[in-house]
Design a binder for this molecule. Structure first.
Ligand code: SF4
Length: 145
């Protein structure tokens, strides 16, 4: 997902009108030095004007890679979950090493050859993210038509 940063969380003092929309006590509280400490220290908070997009939770990846390196072993699927994967109750997101034949992502892709697609595949942009198409009962749709 891409999202435009409208607020400047880390340097709000530098803009007199940094607070967006309704300015009340809550908004002002969210911009004080103490409240800003609730921001996750592992995640860089970009400034106003920067477009945000998925970083594949690079901070989690780096932490797990370093841990695996210290233990002199390769990074495994089970070492980490990205935040969206961790918070999804239906396990709709699979993340891992597509170059490892035994990883969950490789198995998911192998098991769903007819449903899997890549966005703009026809342009040969070779994205790392693939999606599974919705399962439809085409027979029923044909009967209704
Ligand atoms: S939570 Fe998911 S969408 Fe957000 S940065 Fe991590 S991998 Fe990307």
């Amino acid at each position: 997902m891409r999202r435009f940063n409208w607020a400047d969380y880390t340097g709000s003092d530098s803009f007199a009108n940094n607070q967006v929309g309704i300015v009340n006590d809550v908004v002002l509280d969210m911009n004080d030095d103490l409240t800003r400490m609730v921001l996750n220290p592992d995640v860089t908070v970009r400034s106003r004007g920067v477009i945000e997009k998925c970083s594949f939770c690079v901070q989690r990846l780096q932490e797990s890679k370093l841990k695996a390196k210290k233990e002199s072993r390769p990074l495994e699927d089970t070492d980490l979950k990205v935040a969206c994967q961790q918070s999804c109750p239906t396990n709709a997101i699979v993340f891992g090493n597509a170059n490892n034949q035994h990883s969950a992502i490789s198995i998911t892709r192998k098991e769903n050859p007819n449903r899997q697609f890549y966005v703009l595949e026809q342009l040969h942009v070779l994205p790392n993210v693939s999606y599974l198409a919705k399962v439809r009962n085409l027979e029923e749709e044909k009967k209704e038509a």
